[in-house]
Design a protein around this ligand. Structure first.
Ligand code: FES
Length: 174
């Protein structure tokens, strides 16, 4: 399925690209915009970006896969990363992760059934003094306990509507 850029994305790229002597210099900005809008950058979106910048899709893909903050696959509305490096691991990081997973009935690295969250482990988030820590999207949460995780999860549940599960493929014809 071809990628349909949103109106804001179209306007953004139209303004942005002429500001660079070389079109391709706009690549990071455009990828950020798409990821912010869609949560990830699909192969179709990468093709669209390539076409805007006179690049080959593989050149866009190299950028997307090189930087760990770009994602090619959909994630939950909130992206939770729990540090599991030494200080955090020793201070309960694994328990914190289990608590997040249990609250959303999620499996590590997979989007929860309600579409609200994706929980992954991360390596040291440079906040070892306040271990254990986790990032929810761009925000850092420190000195986590199971109770604090529960509070954060309750807040997410209140703020982020559950996605209704996609209807099963229509197999029952009469
Ligand atoms: S070990 Fe977790 S932030 Fe450094």
């Amino acid at each position: 399925m071809a990628f349909e850029p949103s109106q804001p994305l179209r306007e953004y790229t139209e303004k942005l690209i002429p500001r660079y002597p070389q079109k391709r210099s706009a690549i990071m900005m455009i990828l950020h915009f798409i990821q912010r809008e869609q949560g990830f950058i699909s192969l179709e979106a990468q093709e669209w970006v390539a076409a805007q910048l006179d690049l080959q899709p593989i050149q866009v893909r190299e950028v997307v896969t090189f930087y760990p903050f770009y994602r090619e696959h959909p994630v939950g509305k909130k992206f939770i990363r729990v540090c599991r490096t030494l200080s955090c691991a020793l201070n309960g990081g694994y328990k914190v992760c289990d608590k997040f997973l249990a609250e959303f009935d999620a499996k590590l690295g997979h989007t929860s059934p309600d579409g609200r969250v994706t929980v992954e482990f991360a390596e040291c988030l440079a906040s070892c003094g306040t271990a254990p820590v986790a990032m929810i999207d761009d925000d850092l949460y420190e000195n986590l306990t199971e109770d604090k995780v529960k509070e954060l999860c309750d807040r997410i549940k209140a703020e982020v509507p559950a996605e209704t599960p996609a209807p099963a493929a229509d197999t029952h014809h009469h």
